[in-house]
Write a protein that binds this ligand. Structure first.
Ligand SMILES: O=C(O)CCC(=O)C(=O)O
Ligand SMILES: [Fe+2]
Length: 216
């Protein structure tokens, strides 16, 4: 499957762009190795505690800024209190390249300062939500590696229909910017065992979202 060029760009809604198989296998492997290292520390990946007391089914580790429901902080107050690892330039550059690929006008000035890295096991999912703890409307750039998932991209008004269901597979780029920036979205389920060989992830799914927090 890796011999295929990426399958082009599809606009799911104004400002929401899906580019299947955008990342080449070497870049996917690099991301997997880096994410696995970040998951070990300095701040370990953890299931975040929600305000109602429940926990997320994904485990999350952050770069640049620490995120917990529903705020960013300098220190990982719900995960040992340390400072998260820095967001490396190569990853911010990849985010900028993703925006350019998605033909988003803001690509040149895009300077993401945080990455949220989610680890999905076979049972993990993510309910419909908005990414709205950032103080800017700069786009969110999402990169996926490993098992495919069923991704639900909704509207900006509510968790209800209309929405579009699509599959995000290993190497896919998804951008939500412009009028789609604050759309509800979530992961309905993953498809265990669908990760391609050679990306270094035998089990599960990793999703990385790059964001500008607007914080200083
Ligand atoms: O895993 C995904 O594809 C989406 C993750 C997400 O929505 C988030 O981290 O806010
Ligand atoms: Fe999100």
């Amino acid at each position: 499957m890796f011999d295929l060029p990426h399958a082009g760009r599809r606009e799911i809604a104004p400002g929401a762009v899906h580019v299947p198989r955008w990342l080449d296998p070497a870049t996917q492997r690099r991301l997997v190795e880096a994410c696995q290292a970040w998951a070990r520390g300095p701040v370990p990946a953890r299931a975040a505690t929600l305000p109602g007391g429940g926990r997320t089914s994904v485990r999350t580790v952050c770069l640049g800024w620490h995120w917990q429901p529903y705020r960013y902080s300098r220190t990982a107050d719900d995960a040992g209190g340390g400072r998260v690892a820095a967001l490396p330039d190569w990853l911010a550059d990849l985010g900028r390249a993703g925006l350019a690929e998605a033909r988003q006008a803001t690509a040149r000035s895009y300077r993401p300062d945080t990455a949220l890295i989610n680890f999905y096991d076979d049972a993990a999912k993510m309910g419909l939500h908005q990414d709205r703890d950032e103080r800017t409307d700069a786009p969110v750039v999402s990169l996926s590696v490993g098992d495919s998932c069923l991704f639900r991209f909704g509207n900006t008004h509510s968790r209800n229909r209309p929405w579009t269901d699509l599959e995000l597979a290993s190497g896919d780029l998804f951008v939500f910017g412009g009028p789609a920036r604050f759309a509800y979205h979530g992961v309905v389920r993953t498809y265990p065992g669908t990760a391609p060989a050679g990306v270094g992830l035998d089990f599960g799914r990793i999703n990385i979202t790059l964001r500008e927090t607007g914080l200083s």
